[in-house]
Design a protein around this ligand. Structure first.
Ligand code: ADP
Length: 488
């Protein structure tokens, strides 16, 4: 099949969260399975050319107009991680992709509408039949609407929703700007927002116009049908239920491989005995202790590696910190918040714990530190209010770190409680709590810490068990192929 992904992220060269990881993992696997796959990405200014081998111009010039003015664009191509990457550069004077970041500009909707339009112009210019045009989240969802409006030779448009909380709202004249008649789309059956009737909802446009829609876990695919998680958009999700399914994400086992991870001093794998794993994880802890003046002794090491946003349960993460310290453990948080008041709150927390040698709060995006922490931690805390899939818990398990999670979305589909689940012991890989309350969280942390402190051999057996699980892209990629072909 000829498959084209249009995305705003691709790890490691342009990653803000899970989407970047998902893209590279899925695309690499689809390529391995023999499909002709390309990814179109904006040519962001922060991407170093060193990370773009065989960079060359694919198409030196093609037009894309916005508000009746035509701008010149060019498409570059590169071969990254065995994947064919196409990078869109534009001469648009607003320098949409020269902002030093992926998201976070005031004109994000304008930037990504232009990107979607320019991708469609490129594909129109190429005029080659495409089997699957695969779009990701609201940023590129409008390419589904454009594909239909401009009669592109595409057999099937697939929209993956990695997080339905982000929907991309704009005015109807923003659609006019990219050549769609905005007013025509401002009605409940097309792209009118289900909550703000004057607004266009770009994710909704993707849901309505894509041939197939999927989310990144089966449970989340069901949850978005409810107002509690799907919000105002849940009515649209229910209307298009027949074309919505859930496919669990995998993780890229080459990027996340404790045996070959260059960020660790001692590599380790599930093939090795408990002694070797213990030694390697201890060496990862020592590595961090030396770097940051941390006391290695208070155990277990509990941590979170996450964006600090309401979805992730920041108040429960803070509770987790208190509960862990009260019980004599150490707590680590790597992650920052795009929400100033929330970041302020955590800054205060950091001040409060300044000088504590068993509290480590680091508010930056740091890929190397993330790798080292996944190896060093004993437990990873993910108390999310909702979670489309979640990659951190999967990565943690690959590094022998036991997840403590709230029962929602992809966390529910991937983590099974050691004591209270309906599955066999071999599949029990973590601690799960139901309600987003201090009581439920405390109970899970207490159970986890009891196992660690009072039953080390069972804890170690669990570490080895979780490391052996298969969270590769092998199965998910096959499910995507089934999804693609089901539409033909
Ligand atoms: P989301 O996509 O909602 O942010 P996921 O769990 O699906 O959450 O994916 C998060 C990804 O981002 C993981 O690969 C995680 O390791 C990484 N990550 C999150 N915060 C940081 C950080 N501060 N530094 C490095 N990596 C981070």
């Amino acid at each position: 099949m000829k498959i084209i992904h249009i995305s705003t992220e691709f790890a490691p060269i342009a990653k803000a969260g899970g989407l970047g990881d998902v893209l590279v993992g899925l695309v690499r696997k689809l390529t391995q399975l023999g499909h002709d796959v390309a990814v179109i990405l904006p040519k962001y200014d922060f991407i170093s050319h060193n990370l773009l081998p065989h960079l060359q111009i694919e198409l030196p010039s093609f037009p894309c107009s916005e508000n009746g003015v035509t701008y010149t664009n060019r498409m570059w191509s590169s071969q990254v991680e065995n994947c064919r990457l196409l990078l869109l550069e534009t001469d648009h004077p607003k320098q949409f992709f020269q902002r030093g970041h992926i998201y976070g500009s005031e004109d994000d909707t304008t930037r990504f509408l232009y990107f979607s339009k320019a991708c469609i112009e490129y594909l129109k210019f190429q005029n080659k039949p495409i089997d699957i045009l695969h779009l990701h989240d609201w940023h590129t969802a409008t390419a589904a609407v454009l594909t239909k409006a401009f009669h592109l030779p595409v057999r099937s448009v697939v929209l993956s929703i990695h997080n339905a909380e982000y929907q991309g709202r704009c005015a109807s004249w923003d659609l006019d700007a990219i050549g769609l008649k905005g007013r025509d789309y401002l009605n409940p059956d097309q792209m009118q927002d289900d909550e703000y009737p004057d607004a266009i909802n770009l994710l909704k446009g993707g849901i309505v116009y894509a041939d197939v829609v999927n989310t990144v876990s089966p449970t989340y695919a069901k949850e978005i049908l409810t107002p509690a998680i799907g919000g105002a958009l849940s009515a649209t999700f229910r209307k298009y239920k027949h074309k919505i399914s859930g496919i669990l994400n995998g993780i890229d086992q080459t990027i996340w491989n404790p045996a070959t991870d260059k960020n660790l001093i001692i590599g380790y794998s599930s093939q090795e005995g408990p002694e070797a794993i213990l030694k390697a994880k201890e060496s990862a802890r020592n590595q961090l202790c030396k770097q940051f003046e941390i006391d290695p002794h208070p155990r277990p090491w509990m941590g979170a590696i996450t964006r600090i946003v309401p979805q992730k349960g920041p108040e429960l993460i803070e509770q987790g910190l208190h509960q862990t310290l009260e019980r004599g453990g150490s707590f680590f948080l790597l992650g920052s918040s795009p929400i100033p008041s929330l970041q302020d709150h955590f800054n205060h927390l950091k001040k409060k714990y300044a000088g504590h040698k068993n509290v480590f709060l680091c508010f930056e995006y740091n890929e190397v530190l993330a790798h080292q922490l996944y190896a060093a931690l004993d437990f990873l805390l993910m108390p999310s209010h909702f979670e489309p899939c979640g990659l951190s818990q999967l990565i943690a398990m690959r590094y022998g770190t036991i997840p403590i999670v709230r029962k929602t979305g992809g966390l529910q589909d991937t983590v099974f409680d050691l004591e209270n689940s309906n599955t066999t012991l071999g599949n029990r890989n973590g601690f799960v709590f139901e309600k987003a309350t201090k009581a439920d969280l405390t109970n899970a942390i207490q159970r986890a810490m009891n196992l660690f402190l009072k039953n080390p051999s069972e804890f170690q057996a669990m570490v080895q068990r979780v490391m052996r699980q298969d969270f590769s892209w092998d199965k998910p990629a096959k499910k995507y192929i089934e999804l693609y072909t089901a539409t033909f």
